[in-house]
Each structure stands twice: as C-alpha cells, then as structure tokens.
Design a protein around this ligand. Structure first.
Ligand code: ADE
Length: 222
C-alpha cells in the first residue's frame, strides 16, 4: 500500500514515520509513506499558499492551486483522495478496515483558518476524526494512517487486532499480566485456569458487559 500525505508542515511527521509499528512497517516495506509539502507546489514567487478571504473575515484561506497541483503530482488510477476536515464524515474502525484495502491513499491536510471551497471538487472523500476542531489535518492524517497500517498484512500479529475494540461492535476485553496480585487487586481466576474454552467465554462476556456499561450506542449495532 502507498500513502501520500500533503501538508504545509512536513516536519510534524518526522517522529511518526520512524517510531514503533509505523517505522517498522515502512522498514519492512509493508507500506510506502511519503510526505509532500504543499508549499512546493505554489506558483507564487514567494511560495505563498494562502490569501485573504473574498468577502472579508478573519484569517487566511488556503488557495486551491497549490493543493490541486500537489494532488496531481501523486495521483494515478488507483488513488483515493481524502480531505481531512471537521466537516467530513465521521471516522470509525469500519472505515479503517475498508481503507486498508485501497492501493493508494492521498491524504490532504487542511490548515490555517480554512481552505478554498473549490478544493472539494478534487477529492473523493472527506473525513473527520471527531467532533472537535484541530489546528490542521496533520494529526487526523496520522490517526488515519496509524489505524490503517496496523491492519495491513504482516504488520502486527492478526490476533492482536481480531478482538480490537469496535471490530465486531464490541469493546475489547480486559487483559492482565504479572504480578498475580497488585496492590490488592487480583487477576481474575479464570485466566489462570488453563481452560481455553472458559477463558474465551469469559472474555466474550466481559466484552458485552463493558460495551453495555460504556457504549450502549454501539451494542445496538452488534
Ligand atoms: N482538521 C481540523 N479538525 C479536524 C477533525 N476533527 N477531523 C479531521 N480534520 C480536521
């Protein structure tokens, strides 16, 4: 899989691309991720990418030309172009699973006070990672990339995500490690019983109980 990220702040991705599972996935060639600076696609001699809003209003607006040129420089027949914006459709694990099947993603990070409305004509999909407003699409594009890359074949052990929260509209079950007793809190007995059937049943029950308590809204879909 290939992911191209278009941003005005490439340096924000430095640690993201070299650390932990994402860093390893890139090293193992499970995914090819490239960061592109939208400013490089400005035709202005001062490399300007934003300007005042027609009609007035506070703040600068990202111009359509450098964004369109940046998209065109990486786009091919397999590409899906996604714009990160709080006005997009809500992101979910189901969406991560479907995007993980796409050959080539282009993630466009909006920034400043806003972007020219005409940018919307050149994207296939708009995604929001939640009902709050961030200073730009950089963190959302990292969230989306992270959630997708961990689902790619050979990146993490399949068992690690088979029972992920949300995978079957249920939250994850609780897990424990050493010590057996910590500050008076014990590991549930069933987990040390060695009875795998019983353990699987207990885990499923815990998933349902947790989801009922914490997210009854998603249990209805289950
Ligand atoms: N850009 C700013 N806020 C955002 C959000 N919540 N989701 C996606 N992109 C954004």
């Amino acid at each position: 899989m290939k992911i191209d990220i278009l941003t005005l702040f490439p340096e924000m991705f430095d640690n993201f691309l070299t650390t932990s599972i994402i860093g390893r996935a890139i090293d193992k060639k499970k995914v090819d991720i490239k960061i592109h600076n939208i400013r490089d696609y400005s035709l202005d001699k001062h490399k300007r990418v934003d300007d005042y809003a027609y009609g007035g209003g506070s703040g600068m607006v990202l111009m359509p030309e450098p964004v369109k040129r940046a998209i065109d420089s990486v786009k091919d027949n397999d590409s899906l172009v996604i714009l990160l914006t709080p006005q997009g459709s809500p992101y979910s694990q189901a969406k991560a699973l479907s995007l993980a099947k796409v050959k080539h993603l282009i993630l466009v990070c909006g920034h400043y006070e806003g972007f020219d409305e005409r940018i919307r004509y050149f994207v296939d999909l708009e995604i929001s990672i939640g009902d709050y407003v961030l200073t730009g699409g950089e963190l959302p594009s990292m969230v989306i990339t992270d959630s997708i890359v961990r689902l790619l074949d050979g990146v993490i052990n399949e068992d690690s995500y088979k029972f992920d929260s949300f995978s079957d509209n249920l939250l994850d079950y609780p897990v424990y490690t050493h010590p057996l007793v910590f500050e008076g809190y014990e590991v549930p007995e069933v987990l040390t019983s060695g009875n795998h059937e019983k353990i699987a049943k207990w885990r499923k029950e815990q998933q349902i109980k947790r989801t009922k308590e914490r997210r009854p809204d998603i249990l209805e879909k289950s």
